[in-house]
Structure formats: C-alpha cells, structure tokens
Design a protein around this ligand. Structure first.
Ligand SMILES: *Cc1c(COP(=O)(O)O)cnc(C)c1O
Length: 393
C-alpha cells in the first residue's frame, strides 16, 4: 500500500460502525436506516462508506444521478434514492439501474412514466412533499394531494416512498420540526382519503434520529451522524454517542529560524516580534483547508497546539514551533484529530474559520487521499489521482 507523505485523511471505519450502532439504539425495531452518502460521503468517500455501513442500512441516499450511478458501478446493489431533482435525460439509466429518483411535478412524473413504459419496466420513485423547507416538493395541501393522485395514476411508475425534509430539527426548540412532521402526516392523511397508500414514509435526518423526531415512520435518513459529527450543538448528544471518523494528517516539510521583523506569508499579515522557529506544512486551501484559518487556526505537533502564522496559502502554510523540541522535516502534523492529550475537532475548525462543520468535511479536496482503517490497520485507500486518458494524448 502506498505511503502518503504530504497529507492524507484517515477514515476510521470502526468509528463509522460505532456511530451506526449508536443511532440504531434510538430507533424502533421496525424503522430502517438509509445511509446518506452524498457529496462523496461528506468527503469520506461514498463507496467505501457505503460498504462499511451496509450491515446497518436498508439502502442509500445521494444528491445526484452521477453519485447514484457511481455506487452501482462499484457493485452496490441495495436501493439508492436520489434526494434532489435529476434531469430527465438521466431517467433511462436510473430505471435500468433501479435507482429511485424523487418526483414532485407532473412534468417529472410524465417523463419518468414515458421512459419506463418505453423500456417495458416499472420505475420506483419517491414523492417529495414540502412541509416547511421551501426547497423542493409538492405543497402539503389538497392541491398537492390531487397532484399526487394524478402522478400515481401514470403507467409504468410506482410511488415507493414519500418524504419531506426538516429545516430546523437541529434546534433546541423542536416546535418547527414538530410542525413539519404534523404537515407531513396531514398530507399522508389527504393521500389516504384519495385511496393512495405509499409504502415507505420517511422524514428524519440525523437531528431527527438523535432527538427522536419522525423516527417512528418506515425509514430515517442518517447523514452527518454516520461520520461522527452532531448536526449542531443543540441536539441532545447524550442520546447517541458519536465518534468522528475523519482525521487529517500531514508532515512538516521545512523548519527554520527567523529574526524579529520578518514577515510570514502573503500580505505580511504576521510579523515576528522576537526570534522564532517556524515550520512549513504542505497543506492549503487547494486541499480544502479553509483560508479563513489564516492567523486564527491551530495544528497539533508533538501533542501540542501550535498557531498558524499569517495567511494559509493554496498549498502550504506556516506554524509557530518556537521552543519546541525536535521538530524537523517529516515530523507528523495533525490538522483534524488527536495527538496525545490534545484534539482538534472539525467543529473547532468551523468555529475558528467562521465556517460550518458539514462544509469543512465536504471540502476536503481531491488532492487529499483517503486512507481507510479497521482495527488500526489500513484496509484501503482512495486516491483521486488515478485517472487515465489513453485516447487524449
Ligand atoms: C442531506 C440530507 C439528509 C441528511 O442530513 P444530515 O443532517 O446530514 O443527517 C437527509 N435528507 C435530505 C433530503 C438531505 O438532503
């Protein structure tokens, strides 16, 4: 296995399984989990994550047709649901791979129906109802229910599921999420009155799973919590213990002493007031490391928290190692994760940079290989640099 010497993201598959177990304990026996692996598994790698969580999930959810097809290409056979609108030009491929698109307009439904009929197949899809997010979905009212009736009467397609999405389930005050759940159940009732029973009903995201909103339906959709992060600081963390799965690690590439008055990095935003020893680290915003951590973030070296000096560059940054013992080329650096008693959480980076924890993990770049661990052993790697273009030379 290749040894990565610049930067890599370590993904602890045992933590992923621990998180699935933790969530499962919150759910009624009959409620199935769906693993949300959109955005390349929130930056963790959708295919290996889908494999790792397979024993715990009924199926997977992604955001785009390409993401769904990628899972199929890698031999993942459980149901895959696409949570966002998909262009009609993908419908044939989706039908052939038994990937469920979401549907909420007559135009989408008719296109899917036409394609299914022409292929001589039945296409399963999930209806989306808008209960307060105002993003996608039919209205949760009589007109919406009438639209659902017309959609469900089309040939060649079958509404396998009905879902909505909570906008504020991660807040202390659950009144908004409860109101959305109420609207969802009202819509289910309206459909029932029109003779439509949709087999699979699902509302809950990670916040719902942790704080028990919408978990009594058929499925729940676990996203951020798979990866060991809480959706927010306001959920009841004691209800589901989670372990962050991703660590971001690098190595010092250069160490030098500088005199007072020396400026560090672009714009000279840091100037040494005294003699200092600084280390260069080969990670920057080109790796998805937030530039907003310039002069604000920290990394761990030899179990110590050391500050970033001046601006984070595209590919490198400098940190203060003054007064530390033996820091040299190849000394390990932890940007996310533990080193000794110290720890930097994804949430810390979000706070220091004024960013959002979901975004930090999604943004870990293609230049950063992912290394998968089980019981501390490397069991696989995902390297984004193995493309081949033999016909383009
Ligand atoms: C992303 C997404 C989820 C997962 O949300 P988390 O907060 O990560 O659990 C669930 N449902 C829908 C529709 C989504 O878009």
């Amino acid at each position: 296995m290749k040894k990565y010497t610049r930067v890599f993201a370590e993904i602890d598959l045992d933590a992923i399984c621990f998180n699935m177990e933790s969530m499962k304990r919150n759910l009624p026996q009959k409620t199935e989990m769906i693993g949300v692996v959109k955005a390349d598994g929130y930056g963790h790698g959708s295919v290996p994550i889908a494999g790792a969580i397979s024993p715990y999930v009924k199926g997977y959810a992604v955001a785009t047709a390409q993401e769904a097809l990628l899972l199929r290409r890698h031999g993942i056979e459980k149901p895959v649901l696409i949570l966002g609108p998909v262009h009609e030009s993908y419908y044939e491929e989706l039908i052939l791979h038994r990937i469920r698109p979401c549907v909420f307009t007559m135009k989408q439904a008719e296109a899917l129906s036409r394609k299914a009929v022409s292929l001589g197949q039945t296409a399963d899809f999930h209806l989306v109802v808008d209960t307060g997010m105002s993003r996608i979905g039919m209205e949760a009212d009589e007109a919406g229910a009438d639209l659902a009736v017309r959609i469900c009467s089309l040939p060649g397609i079958r509404a396998e599921g009905l879902f909505t999405h909570f906008a504020r389930a991660d807040e202390t005050d659950k009144i908004y999420a409860e109101r959305q759940l109420g609207r969802y159940l009202y819509f289910v009732k309206l459909l029932g009155e029109r003779g439509i029973e949709i087999p699979i009903r699902h509302c809950a995201n990670s916040a719902g799973i942790i704080d028990l909103i919408g978990t009594g339906l058929d499925w729940v959709r676990a996203g951020i919590s798979i990866y060991g992060l809480y959706p927010s600081d306001q959920v009841n963390k004691s209800r589901a213990e989670l372990r962050p799965a991703m660590a971001l690690k690098s190595f010092v590439t250069y160490v030098k002493d500088i005199e007072p008055g020396r400026q560090v990095s672009y714009g000279g935003t840091f100037e040494a007031k005294a003699p200092m020893r600084i280390a260069t680290i080969p990670v920057g915003y080109g790796d998805g490391y937030p530039r907003n951590l310039s002069g604000r973030g920290f990394v761990l070296i030899q179990g110590q928290r050391v500050p970033i000096l001046g601006r984070v560059c595209m590919d490198q940054m400098m940190v203060d190692v003054t007064g530390m013992g033996q820091v040299d080329t190849d000394t390990p650096v932890t940007l996310i994760g533990r080193d000794g008693a110290e720890r930097i959480r994804v949430e810390d980076l979000a706070e220091w940079s004024g960013g959002f924890h979901y975004e930090i993990i999604c943004d870990v770049g293609k230049r950063v290989p992912r290394v998968y661990l089980r019981a501390g052993q490397v069991v696989g790697t995902k390297d984004y640099f193995d493309d081949e273009y033999p016909k383009m030379r």
